[in-house]
Design a protein around this ligand. Sequence first.
Ligand SMILES: [Zn+2]
Length: 429
Amino acid sequence: MTLAPEVILSELIKINTVNPPGNETAAALYLREVFAAAGIPGEVVEPEKGRGSFIARIGTGERKLLFLSHLDVVPAGEGWDCDPFSGKIENGYVWGRGALDCKGLVAAEAYAVLQLAREGRPLNGTLIFAATADEERGGTYGVKYILEHCPEKIRADFAVNEGAEEPLYLNGQMVNFIQAGEKGTAWSRLEARGKACHGSVPGLGDNAVLKMVRALNALAQYRPAVVLIPEVEELLRGIARILGLDVEVRAENVEDLIARLEDRTFAETLRAITRMTVSPNVIQGGTKTNIVPDTCEARLDIRILPGQDLDYVLGELQRYTGGDVTVEVANYHPPTFSPTRNPYYRLIEETVREVTGQGTVCLPYISPGATDSRFLRAAGIPAYGVNLMAEGFDPEIRTTVHGKNERIDVKSLYKKAEFLVALVKKYLD
Ligand SMILES: [Zn+2]
């Protein structure tokens, strides 16, 4: 008997892999045991003590498909209705941190590999399974490390990973997404400098906090230009079609289209993938109530689209903050994309249609955030995010990712696995 995916998931949730510190090796060793029991050898790649990733493969041959996922999770936070590391299975749900991001996918991918191995049908190629460390904090000990030190372990023709939205119900129709790209980051730092003096005679100084407040207020008025990349244009056209809106999708009417969506979470996501976003999330200045501060710093989370490089970001920030603060980009990653017009994308799309039934819709998707797929793409491996859920799943659970009461319905775990098995049977047949 193959272990059920809900059991694998429950066991993985019980292994605390909150990153930092991660401790993914414990979860990697659990998977090694599960695979070994099914006769599949695997290895734990551990660049630093405790930071293990598990890699296994079945089949041999030229063609290679990679199932990627990650073992680490973000901290649980407060306010849960149950222990976030209980892995409780109740009323058709598995509860706990990582149920959706990303241990649910780990379990579904593992279950798919085990099922294929049990069937014993020879594969025309190699299926690689990699559940890696450190996705939530930049991949240094996970995918990034593996690609830098032993890329042959995960090199594949293409990869399936996390990264797409869960399906949406629009006009009673289930819409599935295939993530083909991710926005880039240009985290930036603003600094205001002034002159310190005693707080009782503030006129003698030059208050850096006030300078920063003026700069941020000006930045709050910034309205980034709408940029429609082809994948997003196709996504928006699909949405307009399903909603029966008779509009031609152009940059000028994107706002109207977004305003007509009932699902505000999805609407804001669409807003984020149609422009650069700028969010001042940290501000620090001053040390003491009676000292006029001479420095103040702000840190901005900025996410960029293709065509928005370092110079563009700096130019926009300088233009909107005025000359009173200095601007620097501290952490820059360009956006990454995989083609939507290639055989791999088409194969995924065909398989999604097949396992979700007649009449379902499948649209390309761009993520406003980043996943490990960006490293694969930079290494020349096309990577796609697929996030199928079972018909009738509760869309409310989408809000539990990185939040409280994270959970997944068991049926959706089987749906994910069904897709993965079908994809392997098509590609490695
Ligand atoms: Zn994730």
